[in-house]
Design a protein around this ligand. Structure first.
Ligand code: ADP
Ligand code: MG
Length: 281
C-alpha cells in the first residue's frame, strides 16, 4: 500500500545543510503495523511528515526518492490533491493531542467539521457519525464528550478524540507519531490496545512512530530502525526483537525494562501468525 523508496530530506538552515533523512526505503502493507523506531532526532517524524506533505517549511528539500501510495507518487501531487489524501486515505495521529485540538471549540464542533470535510453529510448526520466515531474509540458517554471542550477531557480521552478524528473517513493507513508519549503508563497501554483493536476490526494499517521497543513488542508486525537519518535494520518484529543485528538496535532493546519477561512471549505468536498471513497473500 505505502512504498517509500530512497527518500532523502535535507533542511537548509543558516548553520548549513542538515541531512535529516538519508535514502530511506520502507513499506507498509494492507493491515500491517510497522514500527518506525529510533532515538530522538533520528528522522522518524520528518519521514512521516513527508508522507503527508506536511514538512511545513521552505527550508526542507526532498533531494531524492518517491513515496508511492497504491502506486501514486505522493511527492508529485499538488497541495490540493494531497489535502484529499490526508484524512481520507491516510489519517494522522500526532504526538500532542493538545496541539491537534482547538481549545475554543467543543469537541463536537471540531469532529463535525472534520467529518464534513470528507463526506457530504448534513450537520445532524455528521453529528451522529461523530458519536459513532467516539464509540469506535471506546469513549465513555460520547454525547457528553461532544459537548465538552478539550480542557474538560483527560489526556487519554483527548488522544481518543484525535484518533477518532483521524479515523473519521476510515482511512486505510494511520500515521501515528509517538501517540502515547505524553500519557502515563496505564493510559499509554489503553491507547496502544485501542489502536490494535482498530487494526483488527477495521484492517487499518499503521505506521507507528516510536522511540520505544516496548511498543514494537506490544503491537508491531514489522519494524524499521532509524539512526541519524538512515535505516540501520528492518524486518519482522519477531526477527529484530529476537535477533537484532545492529548494536544500536540491541541498545534500544536493552533499554526497555523487563521487555523479555513481559512482552516477547506475546510477540512471537503474533509475529509468526502475521508473517504467515502475508506469505499466503
Ligand atoms: P525524530 O522524530 O526521530 O525525533 P525528526 O525527524 O524530528 O527526529 O528530526 C530529524 C532531524 O531533522 C533532526 O536532526 C532535527 O534537528 C532535524 N530537523 C527537523 N525539523 C527541522 C527543521 N524544521 N529545520 C531544521 N532541522 C530540522
Ligand atoms: Mg519525532
Amino acid at each position: 500500500m505505502l512504498d517509500i523508496n530512497n527518500l532523502s530530506v535535507d533542511f537548509h538552515t543558516d548553520g548549513g545543510v542538515v541531512h535529516a533523512v538519508k535514502n530511506v526505503s520502507l513499506s507498509v502493507g494492507e493491515g500491517e503495523i510497522r514500527g518506525l523506531v529510533g532515538e530522538s532526532g533520528s528522522g522518524k517524524s520528518v519521514t512521516s511528515m513527508t508522507i503527508l506533505g506536511l514538512l511545513g517549511t521552505r527550508r526542507a528539500k526532498i533531494s531524492s526518492g518517491e513515496i508511492l501510495l497504491n502506486g501514486t507518487n505522493l511527492l508529485e501531487l499538488s497541495q490540493k490533491e494531497l489535502v484529499k489524501i490526508r484524512g481520507r486515505e491516510i489519517g494522522l495521529v500526532s504526538q500532542n493531542a493538545l496541539s491537534a485540538l482547538d481549545p475554543s471549540f467543543t469537541v463536537g464542533a471540531q469532529m463535525v467539521e472534520v467529518i464534513r470535510l470528507h463526506q457530504k453529510l448534513s450537520k445532524a448526520d455528521a453529528y451522529k457519525e461523530a458519536v459513532r466515531s467516539l464509540e469506535l474509540v471506546a469513549m465513555p458517554d460520547p454525547e457528553q464528550k461532544l459537548r465538552a471542550y478539550q480542557h474538560q477531557l483527560s489526556g487519554g480521552q483527548r488522544q481518543r478524540v484525535v484518533i477518532a478524528m483521524a479515523l473519521a473517513a476510515r482511512p486505510r493507513l494511520l500515521l501515528a507519531d509517538e501517540p502515547t508519549t505524553a500519557l502515563d503508563a496505564t493510559v499509554q497501554k489503553q491507547i496502544l490496545d485501542l489502536l490494535l483493536e482498530i487494526n483488527k476490526e477495521l484492517g487499518t494499517a499503521i505506521l507507528m512512530v516510536t522511540h520505544d521497543f516496548g511498543v514494537v513488542s506490544h503491537m508491531c508486525d514489522t519494524v524499521t530502525v532509524m539512526r541519524q537519518g538512515s535505516i540501520v535494520e528492518q524486518g519482522t518484529a519477531h526477527q529484530v526483537l529476537s535477533a537484532p543485528e545492529h548494536p544500536y538496535t540491541r541498545s534500544l532493546i536493552s533499554s526497555v525494562p523487563k521487555l523479555h519477561l513481559d512482552d516477547s512471549a506475546r510477540t512471537v505468536p503474533r509475529g509468526q501468525r502475521r508473517l504467515n498471513v502475508f506469505q499466503e497473500a
